[in-house]
Write a protein that binds this ligand. Sequence first.
Ligand code: WNU
Length: 146
Amino acid sequence: MQTTQARHEEHFQLSAVSLLRELPEEKLAKIVDCLEVVKYIIREGEEGNTFFIIAKGEVIVTQSTEGFAEPQEIKTLGVGDYFGEKALISEDVRSANIICNENDTHCLVVDRDNFNQMVGTYEELQAYLKEYVEELSRSDERRNAL
Ligand code: WNU
């Protein structure tokens, strides 16, 4: 039911899109079916070059797990928490999904160059994050992440 409600809401908003204003109802309905609300900040498996700090709101961390059709929720992060360091430090693709949990989530974004500079300048930060990332890999294994 919630899906239907969401669709109605999107539909209502779509009529305010000047690009689509002239379309007949039937075509508009087809377009609505193709729409997805963007809540993903990070998608598992994608290449990533950014590090994030949450300034407002919350995000959910999910991950593909052996034996489950859907990515499983691992944890919730809030203001002051950060994410996206793993792909930068392990030079790997994104290892989990990061999804907005609130409509008004704001993140501060640091690109790879600035992240390297930040981490390079403060050695204790580098040591701390490296250790943390290794710990994440171990907990991924424990929960049979794919
Ligand atoms: C987890 N496993 C994996 C979190 C954030 C910062 C620190 C935990 Cl220091 P990425 C996906 C991001 C990943 C991490 C974040 O998701 N993440 C986790 C896990 O158990 N990733 N593989 N928990 S929240 C978190 C510790 O930041 O970085 O670039 O993208 O792979």
